[in-house]
Design a protein. Structure first.
Lengths: 137, 137
DNA sequence: ATAGTTCGTGCAACCGAGTTGCAAACTTAC
DNA sequence: GTAAGTTTGCAACTCGGTTGCACGAACTAT
């Protein structure tokens, strides 16, 4: 729904351009996190730099979050509607060794480990690797 | 001590060449994990490819482990003497946002989260980011 | 010791992800 | 409509990682 897309953009104070609508559309349809190169392939005819800057804008406005899953490229996924990307909202990600997809485990919060004295927590990246339920079958 | 270096290599079934001794020496002196580009700089005159392959060899023989800390390059650190890099031996890593160093939190095991049905755990990468005790002072 | 094989090293080249500069196209405010 | 600001597209570049190839050292069997 085009309305919803624009809504989301407005909600996060992002000017809705054609490009941004398209990218957000794709992101919304994705069940797993997507990388810049993967996003590039979704459009037969879009510029890498533009997509790159679009993702950057989205991230700055906390519409999406990025995941370092060690696959060689950053992956991006939609944030929950009212996510502010605070440490408390961090969740675990899962990278399937077989299909290579990265899942957001939205129900699995990242535990905050007891750091040694003097170490200050500000954020975390927790990626679990293994076989996803889809590949397991 | 040259003896100890050779010992470690032998223990892991790695033929001790001059190059490997030097690299292991550097790795042993490091208190924090080191990346390939950083390692390159430690030697005024060594080939990237050779260092790359040396690290690869070390990793295959479980002398070192690699950490995806999201700094843009993989970092490497020595394993504990009898580490076999099993999930149970995984520990948390800490990336300082200020000095950029990556610490092995050897005493902080990576928790194994309750994955949804059908997802199979095989390994994990848990990087905490913040300010290290050294930069905090 | 010699010839043949394997293994390690160094150089060059390449790949792919990410990033930047710049100019053209488009928006917005006046 | 014009000026100022924003977004886009293209090209170029950086940098980490990786590979092919050839030379040389080390190891093996005769």
């Amino acid at each position: 729904m085009k309305k919803e897309i624009d809504n989301k953009l407005n909600l996060k104070n992002i000017k809705p351009t054609a490009m941004r609508q398209l990218v957000l559309q794709v992101l919304t349809e994705q069940k797993t996190a997507i990388s810049l190169p993967e996003l590039e392939q979704k459009f037969e005819k879009a510029d890498k730099a533009t997509l790159y800057r679009t993702l950057k804008t989205f991230q700055e406005h906390q519409l999406i979050h990025s995941i370092e899953d060690g696959s060689g490229s950053l992956r991006y996924a939609l944030c929950e509607d009212f996510c502010t990307c605070e440490p408390e909202h961090l969740h675990v990600h899962f990278l399937c060794n077989k299909c290579g997809k990265t899942y957001c485990m939205k129900d699995l919060p990242v535990p905050q480990p007891d750091l040694p004295n003097g170490f200050e927590f500000s954020s975390a990246n927790f990626v679990v690797k293994g076989i996803c339920s889809n590949c397991k079958k």
